[in-house]
Design a protein around this ligand. Structure first.
Ligand SMILES: [Zn+2]
Length: 283
């Protein structure tokens, strides 16, 4: 290890600066969405079996609620523009614009060059959790998803029910794409109900048993026409192991709600980013 310079303490004392001020974002319309939600009715329901995945469609202006049923279970969520799979959830930018863990009022942003809200979180029954003494919170956008490649690398075994594979199978089934093509659209997830953080001493990503219990839910407003995919992680509540069949796992339910006619009359889907895409090459 290199010796610290004589001014190491002064260099370390530089003040942290939040990169993006959330106040600079366009307002999140939360009160309008909640008002629309109060008169909404359920139009569809999907049950994702344990250690599996399923897709669901949510038209712009509708809501989807992910509900814990039967037992504590973590879900890995992917979101796409239903009309263009190349525009999808951008966990990295969502993390930078909001935080490592998301909750009510936060938006789930799309990849460049779209960079617009795909969805807005309108309610989260686990918002009481906040940050615990380990520095962990719920619903992270820092983990990627459990996958068979990492599992193979670390354990030299083939396991086919990792979230990556569950999402891949679900997307292939929903779109008719060949498995290999569907896989390329699977992306870094929002870890619904998962309780995670970074260890204080080594800064390693850790998980602990999720505080989610049956009846808990997170609900989201669809800002554009969405195709979603949800995997019930083979880690169950992610309190012990993952990427195997040892842990108890439970289903997750996705409910779709439609507001009453006229409830969102003045509302419009957000447009893609207005940036010219010239990148300094064209005027
Ligand atoms: Zn998983």
């Amino acid at each position: 290890m290199h010796p610290p310079p004589s001014d190491a303490a002064a260099r370390r004392a530089a003040k942290p600066l939040v990169c993006y001020e959330v106040e600079q974002l366009p307002p999140n319309n939360l009160s309008l969405y909640r008002q629309a939600r109060s008169g909404a009715s359920k139009v569809d329901e999907i049950l994702v079996p344990p250690r599996d995945g399923a897709c669901f469609e949510v038209a712009a202006g509708r809501f989807f609620r992910i509900v814990s049923v039967d037992g504590p279970q973590v879900g890995d969520l992917n979101l796409w523009n239903a009309k263009d799979l190349s525009e999808r959830f951008f966990s990295g930018k969502t993390r930078q614009l909001h935080a490592t863990h998301v909750s009510t009022g936060d938006r789930l942003w799309s990849t460049l060059p779209g960079l617009r809200p795909l969805a807005t979180i309108i309610e989260d029954s686990l918002d009481w959790y906040g940050w615990d003494e380990d520095g962990a919170g719920v619903h992270d956008v820092i983990g990627t998803r459990c996958d068979p490649y990492t599992n193979c690398l670390l354990k030299s075994v083939e396991y086919h029910h990792c979230c990556h594979s569950n999402l891949t199978r679900a997307l292939a089934a929903a779109t008719g794409l060949p498995l290999e093509q569907a896989e390329t659209h699977v992306h870094d997830v929002m870890n619904v109900f998962m309780c995670t953080g970074f260890t204080r001493d080594t800064q390693q990503y850790f998980m602990k048993a999720s505080p989610v219990r049956p009846g808990d839910f997170i609900e989201v407003f669809a800002e554009i026409d969405l195709l979603g995919a949800l995997s019930t992680c083979p880690g169950g509540d992610c309190g012990s192991s993952h990427s195997d069949d040892k842990t108890p796992c439970y289903p997750l339910k996705v409910e779709i709600y439609e507001p009453a006619a006229g409830a969102l009359q003045a509302w419009r889907s957000p447009a893609r980013s207005a940036y010219s895409r010239s990148h300094g090459v064209r005027d």
